[in-house]
Design a protein around this ligand. Structure first.
Ligand code: SF4
Length: 760
């Protein structure tokens, strides 16, 4: 049985072998041989496909099949280390629910049939074109991902927007990194994380804001532990996370008071005479205005609004003022906030005013989430024109037209709708068809019960994914089976701007194709393949991206080939042909390079900007009906996002709790009569979740925590976005907790199964 549409699956037809279909495709469409990389014999190097750390892995092959993985000792990122997800990278490839053949659902008869690729692609194009003709240019959208290689996401963005006339497209990177991208762009003039991982080992003070690297980026935490400068570690987090427990100072501020805290600290640093005036004068604009603004954030006000003691605020300000090398690091606690951009910029302001940038052990450093979020930020052709250009600039459109040899009139003049606007567009009936690639909207978007309802409203939902069982795939009209990490090739860009390669080390199951090949088929069928005639392989796309990047802050023209990237341990952008010439053609680029060593930023005047704004109230605050504030985050090292992959590894599954859970403070638990392992019902104004309680003292009274991995967590969250980045705020929803009457274990299991299937 096909594990798809589990409430009513009925498979009524099967299709033939892929080789026959490809022959057909080649014969009838003149497509030529689809790109299939060589499978090496003994070992192959590849960058891990989970998180943005970008560890180098060595995959061991027997008879051309991957059997095991070891971390690369010679890779500058991980230096012989990997987390559990990396060690288990190949175990998740042959899961039973892999999508192996295109599947088409007939809504009238509620049946599913396997169809040949030709029919699937033809059906896809016919339906999308029909909907566009009937409902207009807003009626079709796509949602992409930070999990596929740069070349594939660039192809997708260009195919959809230049080839198919799909106006609106966004990626799941909107959920994790949009805030950092916008903050950098506004402050530095380009989306440019300035650091290199060596900075973890070179700092005297490391300040983590809304970041829990012990769990979310464990290899980066190992880099911190290698720091021999006896660093002070400051962790700003409402929870006493694993990282906070290891810190010198845990700054347990009230949730979402981080902006006030950062402004108050800036004032204190200024009062201590720790401003680097030479740097501020030469390399920045707007400091005097910031100074005037932060004057209001007195120590007393900061202490009152953050819930911290003035003594602790003094101590932190002393650390930031007295140390030569201070690095600031942030992740989702900042990004996933309704005022995330200004919070990220308050961190950037601290680094700029103290001159902590461009030197070893310094920087205002955003750690990315997904393995290729950085690739998406630069090249997905969604929120910015491919290569970090501007859709609204005639000059940029002309440049891209010339460099990609795409007619200028094919390039839209605006970026189209962001993720939340696409969802709202479905709600209002303007978006009728959605093409979802390697992401799981029905689970991961805020207020996910609404997200599910919206997906049901669509006339046509296409899911291109490696699994048939994701919550989103289960709602699809058409599933296009895609190859996974390790079954195709391309490049990822990690958090420190390092471009590394992913290799094809395994064959994809059944008829699954690389996303690259699927895009080629669609381009062919749509009739726009001539626009992309040069792109016969991912390496061809990479060459085009290099051409686009020439003269940009992320210039990659000095990179010679995938083989070179592999041999030298990846290359951080920028690496221009001028850079390569300057060291000589036969020498390798340095493995650790940071930006802004010359004090020059990417705004036209070469200066960074101080940006700030008064904090805003939380969109919803606990009240009598919903008295708790729900915080969300990563559960364990062994879990990844919606667990579509990590749940397939028995090893990983054994390393995280099998049941969904909520953490609650002992005082609250006592008041409600809740004990550890009691089942409770958590309700928000949007939905509910049935979870096990864990009574822990790592939270503050009135706060509860749920890991993001269980599908129920986003039943509770609200779609509230940062006004600049349009990134949703996942970490401040109001909930109440009701103790569940005891039900027999078996009945509970049944109920959870029913709930997962969306049954009443
Ligand atoms: Fe490294 Fe991240 Fe992969 Fe773990 S998941 S091995 S930290 S890249």
């Amino acid at each position: 049985m096909i594990p798809w549409l589990s409430n009513a699956p009925k498979l009524i037809a099967k299709t033939g072998p892929l080789t026959d279909q490809l022959k057909q495709i080649e014969t009838h469409r003149g497509l030529g041989v689809l790109p299939i990389a060589k499978v090496p014999d003994a070992t192959a190097n590849s960058v891990c496909g989970y998180c943005s750390t970008g560890c180098g892995l060595q995959v061991h092959l027997v008879d051309g099949k991957p059997v095991n993985v070891t971390p690369r000792a010679d890779y500058p990122v991980n230096r012989g280390m990997a987390c559990t997800k990396g060690w288990e990278a190949i175990r998740v490839l042959d899961a039973a629910d892999r999508a192996t053949v295109p599947l088409l659902r007939d809504r009238n008869t509620n049946t599913v049939r396997e169809i040949p690729w030709l029919e699937a692609v033809s059906h896809f194009c016919r339906r999308i074109k029909g909907i566009q003709q009937r409902y207009g240019e807003d009626s079709v959208a796509f949602l992409s991902t930070g999990q596929i290689p740069t070349e594939e996401m660039a192809f997708l963005g260009c195919l959809a927007k230049f080839g198919m006339g799909i106006k609106h497209g966004d990626g799941n990177t909107r959920q994790c990194m949009a805030t950092a991208a916008v903050a950098y762009k506004q402050s530095f003039g380009f989306d440019s994380p300035p650091f290199t991982y060596e900075d973890f080992e070179q700092s005297d003070v490391l300040m983590f804001v809304g970041a829990n690297p012990c769990v979310a980026h464990p290899i980066l935490w190992q880099r911190v532990l290698r720091n021999r400068r006896n660093p002070t570690i400051i962790v700003v987090d409402p929870r006493k996370t694993e990282t906070a427990m290891a810190a010198t100072e845990h700054v347990q501020a009230k949730p979402k008071s981080d902006l006030v805290l950062l402004y108050g600290l800036a004032r204190e640093v200024d009062r201590r005479g720790a401003v680097d005036w030479q740097f501020v004068h030469q390399s920045t604009v707007g400091f005097e205005a910031l100074r005037e603004f932060i004057a209001e954030y007195t120590l007393d006000r900061t202490a009152q609004e953050t819930g911290l003691s003035t003594e602790q605020l003094h101590r932190i300000a002393d650390h930031l003022s007295a140390s030569k090398r201070v690095s600031f690091w942030w992740t989702m606690g900042v990004n996933q906030s309704y005022q995330g951009v200004r919070t990220a910029q308050a961190i950037i302001n601290l680094a700029l005013m103290t001159g902590n940038i461009g030197r070893p052990g310094t920087g205002a450093n955003s750690i990315t989430g997904q393995c290729n979020a950085m690739g998406s930020r630069l090249f997905s052709n969604t929120s910015s024109l491919i290569g970090h250009h501007d859709f609204s600039s005639a000059e940029h459109r002309q440049k891209i037209s010339q460099r990609l040899q795409i007619p200028e009139e094919k390039i839209p003049t605006d970026s189209g709708w962001a993720y939340d606007q696409i969802m709202d567009g479905i709600d209002t009936g303007r978006v009728k068809a959605l093409w979802v690639i390697a992401t799981n909207t029905a689970h991961s978007w805020t207020d996910s019960m609404r997200a599910k309802r919206l997906l049901e409203k669509l006339d046509f939902l296409v899911v291109q994914d490696m699994y048939t069982t994701t919550e989103t795939a289960q709602q699809a009209d058409l599933i296009l089976p895609a190859a996974a990490w390790g079954e195709k090739e391309g490049t990822f860009i990690n958090s420190e701007r390092r471009i590394g390669t992913m290799k094809r080390i395994a064959k994809s199951p059944g008829q699954a194709l690389s996303d690259f090949s699927i895009f080629r088929l669609i381009a062919q069928e749509w009739g726009c393949d001539s626009l992309f005639a040069k792109w016969k392989s991912p390496a061809d796309v990479f060459e085009s991206l290099k051409i686009i990047s020439e003269g940009m802050p992320n210039d990659m023209t000095g990179i010679q080939s995938y083989e070179q990237l592999d041999a030298v341990g990846g290359i951080q952008w920028p690496w221009s042909s001028l850079d390569q010439n300057s060291i000589g053609a036969d020498r390798e680029p340095s493995q650790e390079r940071r930006l802004f060593a010359d004090g020059k930023f990417f705004h036209p005047d070469g200066k960074a900007k101080f940006l700030f704004e008064s904090p805003r109230d939380m969109p919803e605050t606990p009240n009598q009906e919903f008295p708790f504030l729900l915080l969300t985050g990563r559960g364990t090292v062994s879990q990844w996002h919606t667990q579509t992959r990590t749940s397939k590894s028995p090893v990983l599954r054994a390393l995280y709790p099998s049941d969904p859970y909520i953490e609650i403070h002992p005082e609250d638990a006592l008041r409600l009569g809740i004990r550890t392992r009691d089942w409770v019902l958590v309700e928000s104004p949007r939905g509910k979740a049935r979870v096990q309680a864990f009574v822990v003292s790592t939270l503050q009274v009135g706060q509860v925590f749920m890991p993001m991995h269980d599908h129920q967590t986003n039943h509770l969250t609200l779609q509230h976005i940062d006004p600049y980045s349009r990134q949703p705020s996942f970490k401040n929803s109001i909930v109440r907790i009701v103790q569940e009457p005891k039900t027999p274990k078996r009945e509970r299991r049944r109920e959870r199964r029913r709930e997962r299937r969306g049954e009443p």
